[in-house]
Design a protein around this ligand. Structure first.
Ligand SMILES: *[C@@H]1O[C@H](CO)[C@@H](O)[C@H](O)[C@H]1NC(C)=O
Ligand SMILES: *[C@@H]1O[C@H](CO)[C@@H](O)[C@H](O)[C@H]1NC(C)=O
Ligand SMILES: *[C@@H]1O[C@H](CO)[C@@H](O)[C@H](O)[C@H]1NC(C)=O
Ligand SMILES: *[C@@H]1O[C@H](CO)[C@@H](O)[C@H](O)[C@H]1NC(C)=O
Ligand SMILES: *[C@@H]1O[C@H](CO)[C@@H](O)[C@H](O)[C@H]1NC(C)=O
Length: 373
């Protein structure tokens, strides 16, 4: 009989062949390879969660962060993450004892057994949001379906179901659906009520959640939307340049944040085994923007990297249309690293709230509990 150590070794060897580049190799005894209890991590959404997916699509630098000083404080090189260092899913992976989860589109990546990151900066739940420049949530879902098919092929239906049911699915979307039509004064947003618009965004998000459920997904994690009008970029856009938040945009985020938990409660009643976690990102952001020193920051409103009022112009790195930019001394002093994205330090605080937040902040489960289910 093989000792546990030998099985483990065998598992490693088999893993190397489990999901080869060609995706065509069949595997006998794949079962041995599944780590007994480890839940994997699948990540969907926008720039808050994008670990570099947009490095591999045909887009423009407006939707990319694969140049310095992005990445400087942790990786020491630009990875495509919109931060000076790690983003929320990186910390969640660490807390769950997983390696950093690599973009699905990364040509060299095949350790799908740990999970995959499908998130694409600039994307939204609506296909129309930055269409042609990003991977929208529905296309991210298609990638995930390909992967689920691969798991079924390699592990068999039963084992794949167990594997996908044990995994945690993090989704962060909506911010771009609301802020971009608002900034561009899109005809779509003009033609229907704000509530109807929010229902449409949440409707599309719900469709994707249900599809992941159909593939076997059971555990879902979310962060509520931030006060969208109080990001450095949107604050700078507010007419009159008074430094006030762009309240109209924040109002949409608030409507979304009120409606979405109700949908999740409904899904929990409708879908057998569906479990979720939603952390109060809105309050967490607002508190840090307004009382930075309480959370160890020196600056809550002005970004570390960028130009113009609040460094809200997306010029960080000088690779987009505006070439001149300022960079603060220490990104950890700032809640925001660039025009609309948290510093690594803020991301870590948000990830902690998602992972181990108490029930007044993260409910009905926190991510730690979801991983252990
Ligand atoms: C990339 O997108 C641009 C603009 O949409 C298009 O002109 C170009 O052909 C695309 N390139 C590739 C390789 O698809
Ligand atoms: C937005 O567009 C509508 C018409 O579609 C127009 O009446 C309104 O003045 C515009 N608002 C801004 C801020 O440009
Ligand atoms: C999803 O969004 C599209 C617009 O992209 C809209 O026509 C459709 O009604 C939405 N679906 C749901 C279920 O709300
Ligand atoms: C940046 O600030 C953080 C938090 O105040 C501190 O721990 C760190 O040492 C600082 N880094 C540098 C390079 O000064
Ligand atoms: C949640 O409760 C904890 C103590 O259990 C408290 O310290 C914290 O301020 C509360 N947070 C909010 C947002 O109410």
């Amino acid at each position: 009989m093989a000792t546990p150590t030998k099985l483990y070794t065998l598992c490693f060897l088999l893993l190397a062949f489990l999901f080869p580049f060609s995706n065509s190799l069949q595997l006998d005894g794949g079962k041995l390879c599944l780590p007994e209890k480890q839940a994997s991590l699948f990540i969907f959404g926008d720039s808050f969660f994008d670990a570099g997916s947009n490095n591999y699509i045909n887009t423009t630098t407006g939707f990319q962060a694969n140049f310095g000083p992005y990445g400087e404080s942790f990786f020491k090189y630009p990875t495509g993450r919109f931060s000076d260092g790690r983003i929320v899913p990186d910390f969640i992976a660490e807390y769950a004892k997983l390696p950093l989860i690599t973009p699905y589109l990364h040509p060299g990546y095949n350790r799908y057994i740990d999970g995959a990151n499908f998130a694409s900066a600039g994307s939204g739940a609506l296909v129309e949001t930055q269409q042609g420049s990003v991977t929208d949530l529905h296309s991210q879902l298609s990638f995930f379906k390909n992967l689920a098919r691969l798991f079924r092929k390699n592990l068999g239906n039963t084992e794949a179901k167990t594997f996908l049911g044990r995994a945690v699915y993090l989704i962060n979307t909506g911010g771009n659906d609301y802020s971009i039509p608002f900034i561009t004064n899109s005809s779509l947003l003009q033609s229907i009520s704000q509530q109807e618009f929010v229902d449409m965004v949440i409707g599309n998000l719900t469709t994707v959640i249900k599809e992941i459920y159909k593939e076997g997904g059971r555990k879902f994690g979310f962060l509520s939307l931030p006060p969208l009008g109080c990001l450095p970029s949107t604050r700078a856009l507010k007419p009159g340049n008074t430094g006030a938040c762009f309240e109209g945009m924040t109002a949409l985020a608030k409507l979304h944040n009120e409606a979405f938990p109700k949908v999740l409660q409904k899904l929990e009643r409708q879908l057998n085994g569906f479990r979720y976690s939603i952390a109060d990102g809105y309050t967490a952001f607002s508190e840090r923007i307004n009382n930075p020193s309480k959370y160890g920051f020196k600056e809550g409103k002005i970004a570390c990297c960028g130009s113009g009022p609040y460094r809200g112009t997306p010029s960080c790195g000088g690779k987009r249309s505006v070439k001149e930019y300022e960079l603060c001394e220490n990104a950890s002093d700032h809640v925001f690293f660039d025009f609309g994205h948290p510093s690594e330090r803020a991301n870590q605080q948000f990830a902690k709230l998602m992972w181990s937040g108490t029930s007044n902040v993260t409910a009905p489960y926190n991510l730690k509990a979801l991983f252990e289910l």
